[in-house]
Design a protein around this ligand. Structure first.
Ligand code: ZN
Length: 191
C-alpha cells in the first residue's frame, strides 16, 4: 500500500491527515463505512479498521462511502506526491493490465485530468510514458531470457496488439523485437 505501514496509516487516520487523501481509504468493520484518512468522524478502534488503496474494493466488500467525508466524490481535497508514489507502485506491479491507465485515477480517488497533471509535474513524464517504459523493459527481459513468441511477450507486457507493441518497442529500444532478440542471443553466445 504505497509502502505505508499500518501504523503510519492508523496514525494518519487519528490525526485526520489530508495529505493521505487519495492514497488510501479506511473502512470500519463495526459500522460498515469507508472514509478518507482526513475524515473528522470518531476515531475507530484499531482492531476494527481495514485499509484499502482502492475505494471500489472496499465497496465490493460491502462498505458504504461515508456521508461526511464522501470518499466516493472526486477529486478529493489535495492529493499530494503520495498519490503519485502510489500510482508508480501500482504501475510497476500491474503493468500487464491493459486497462490500467484508465482505472488508475479512479482507484486513487482523483480525477483523470488532475492525475495527469500531478503525475507529469512530479515525475516529468506522463503516466502513459512511464508505463510504456516499464512495459518495454519487461518485454526486453522476456525476449532476452525466454523463448516465448512475440505475441506472448506483447500480451505479458500489457500490450493488446502487436502493432502498438512493435511501435513502442522500436521507439524505446531502437530495434524491432525480433532483431533485439537475435542480437541478445548473439551476445549471449559470445560470453
Ligand atoms: Zn468519513
Amino acid at each position: 500500500m504505497a509502502g505505508l505501514s499500518k501504523d503510519v496509516m492508523y496514525n494518519a487516520v487519528i490525526s485526520n491527515e489530508e495529505q493521505y487523501d487519495g492514497v488510501f481509504f479506511y473502512a470500519v468493520k463495526t459500522t460498515g463505512i469507508v472514509c478518507r484518512p482526513s475524515c473528522k468522524s470518531k476515531v475507530p478502534n484499531r482492531d476494527n479498521v481495514i485499509f484499502f488503496t482502492n475505494l471500489e474494493e472496499a465497496i465490493r466488500q460491502g462498505y458504504r462511502p461515508c456521508k461526511r467525508c464522501r470518499p466516493d466524490i472526486g477529486p478529493c481535497y489535495a492529493p499530494t506526491i503520495d498519490a503519485v508514489e502510489a500510482a508508480c507502485d501500482i504501475i510497476s506491479q500491474e503493468y500487464d493490465n491493459p486497462g490500467l491507465l484508465r482505472e488508475l485515477p479512479h482507484r486513487l480517488g482523483i480525477s483523470s485530468s488532475h492525475f495527469q497533471r500531478l503525475f507529469k509535474k512530479t515525475i516529468g513524464q506522463t503516466p502513459k510514458e512511464y508505463l510504456q517504459k516499464i512495459r518495454i523493459a519487461k518485454a526486453a527481459e522476456l525476449l532476452s531470457n525466454s523463448t516465448i513468441s512475440n505475441i506472448d511477450v506483447c500480451l505479458a507486457a500489457g500490450f493488446t496488439n502487436l502493432s502498438s507493441f512493435y511501435a513502442a518497442f522500436r521507439s524505446e529500444i531502437g530495434l524491432p523485437p525480433k532483431e533485439y532478440r537475435q542480437e541478445q542471443a548473439r551476445k549471449g553466445s559470445l560470453q
